[in-house]
Design a protein around this ligand. Sequence first.
Ligand SMILES: CC(C)(COP(=O)(O)OP(=O)(O)OC[C@H]1O[C@@H](n2cnc3c(N)ncnc32)[C@H](O)[C@@H]1OP(=O)(O)O)[C@@H](O)C(=O)NCCC(=O)NCCS
Length: 190
Amino acid sequence: MERTLRTERLVLRPVRDEDVDRIMEYRTRPEVTRWLLRKDADAEFLRQWWRSVADDPDNHSMAVTLDGLVIGTVSLEVHDGMGQPGMPPRTEAEIGYIFDPAHGGRGYATEAVLAMIAHAFDRLGVRRLTAGCYADNHASVRILEKVGMRREQHGVEDSWHDELGWVDGYTYGLLAAEWREATSSGRVLR
Ligand SMILES: CC(C)(COP(=O)(O)OP(=O)(O)OC[C@H]1O[C@@H](n2cnc3c(N)ncnc32)[C@H](O)[C@@H]1OP(=O)(O)O)[C@@H](O)C(=O)NCCC(=O)NCCS
């Protein structure tokens, strides 16, 4: 399976041990941790997590590089959806992303997420993709809507935030068939 994805401006590739210190530089910034569930992850935890990705055939998470510099990561974990016995396995995946705010607002996260979505549907055979975020995380909401994902759940006060308390969360979904329709009609850029 292809382990490198290229977009117009970016290269997505597996995370290496030596990337972790660079990832920590932006991942520990308050404006980033503010929206993360795993906000206390230290370098050792991340190093182990990224090593486990390399050994996990269902985990397709990658570093996103711009001219060789890691500016973010996009996670993609394939799993079984919900269903009774006989359900085809490994057809659903969850996507997530964390980017360096120093490179924010230039469409890099959107470009990388689009590449990962195309990879999931076109290469990995994923049938349904999901993503979740805090409703107040407006940049994240914007990315999910720009890439054509559908808001499927508005969970009222379903999520704990350490500064804000109980807050609303959103869940988004997208089917492979919807993606193909949207890309072929030009509603979503590839
Ligand atoms: C969310 C995040 C990935 C965005 O990265 P980015 O490279 O700036 O994303 P892009 O430039 O591709 O797109 C961001 C969009 O959000 C918009 N945006 C940014 N801040 C916003 C705000 N406060 N309110 C509304 N829209 C906002 C931008 O204008 C842009 O939309 P546009 O293209 O229509 O102008 C990055 O800020 C991040 O990693 N944040 C912390 C971690 C996180 O929240 N991860 C997601 C958890 S669900």
